[in-house]
Design a protein around this ligand. Structure first.
Ligand code: MTE
Ligand code: MO
Length: 199
C-alpha cells in the first residue's frame, strides 16, 4: 500500500507541476463562445487602440500582418477547468502594437467583433505577456477559435483571451468586461484560482 501510494503521488506531482489547482488536462481544443461565431472579411478587419475619447492607433489587416511576429508555445487554462499544455501560436506582441502609445492609464478593455469584452491591467499585456495571434499550429486561426485574430494572454484564465478581437480601450480604472460583470474574477490568475469575484 505504502509503495503504491508513494509511486502514484510521485507520478502525479510531476505531472501537476504544470497544472494550476483544480484543473485537468485535455488534448482536445474545446470551443467556448458566448454567442455565434462572427465572420470578419480581412478587408474590413481592423484593430484600434483608443483612450475612450480618440483613436490613438489603427491597424488594418495589411499593416497588422506587416508587423514583426513571434512564435510562442504556451499552456492554456480555462475557468471551466480544462487545461491544454504546449499550444503553438504565431502573433504580434502587444508591445509592438502599443509602441509609441503614451498613456497615464493602467487598465485596458479589449473588445471583440460580436460584442465580447474583457478587462486586463495594462502591465499584464506588456513585456511579451500577450499577443494578437493569427495562426494556431502553423495554420490560419480557424473562426471558431477566434480567427482571423484573437488576443492571447496565457498567464490568465482563457476567458481573458478575447476571440475576434477588434481593439482595446485604455482606462484610468478597472472596469468589468462581459464575464467579469457576470461574477467572474476581475483579474483571473489560474495559479491563485481566481475564478469568481471574491476568490
Ligand atoms: N469574443 C469572444 N472571446 C472569447 C469568448 C467568447 O465567448 N467570445 N470566450 C472566452 C472563453 S470563456 C474561453 S475559455 C476561450 C475559449 O477559446 P477557444 O474557444 O478557442 O477554446 O475564449 C474566450 N474568448
Ligand atoms: Mo472559459
Amino acid at each position: 500500500m505504502a509503495i503504491v501510494s508513494r509511486g502514484f503521488s510521485g507520478r502525479r506531482s510531476s505531472r501537476d507541476a504544470k497544472l494550476p489547482p483544480g484543473q485537468y488536462l485535455t488534448n482536445d481544443f474545446p470551443v467556448l463562445s458566448a454567442g455565434p461565431t462572427p465572420h470578419i472579411p480581412l478587408d474590413q478587419w481592423e484593430f484600434a487602440i483608443s483612450d475612450g475619447i480618440k483613436v490613438l492607433k489603427r491597424f488594418d489587416w495589411k499593416t497588422f500582418r506587416d508587423l514583426p511576429s513571434e512564435n510562442i508555445t504556451v499552456d492554456l487554462h480555462c475557468v471551466t477547468r480544462w487545461s491544454k499544455l504546449g499550444t503553438s501560436w504565431e502573433g504580434v506582441a502587444l508591445d509592438v502594437l502599443m509602441a509609441d502609445v503614451r498613456t497615464e492609464f493602467s487598465y485596458a478593455m479589449f473588445n471583440s467583433y460580436g460584442d465580447y469584452s474583457t478587462n486586463v491591467p495594462l502591465k499584464d499585456v506588456l513585456n511579451h505577456q500577450a499577443w494578437i495571434v493569427f495562426k494556431y499550429d502553423d495554420a490560419e486561426l480557424p473562426p471558431e477559435h477566434g480567427g482571423p485574430a484573437r488576443l492571447l494572454i496565457p498567464h490568465l484564465y482563457l476567458w481573458k483571451s478575447a476571440k475576434w478581437v477588434r481593439g482595446l480601450r485604455l482606462m484610468s480604472h478597472d472596469n468589468a468586461g462581459f464575464w467579469e460583470s457576470l461574477g467572474y474574477h476581475t483579474y483571473g490568475d489560474p495559479w491563485r484560482e481566481q475564478r469568481y469575484s471574491g476568490d
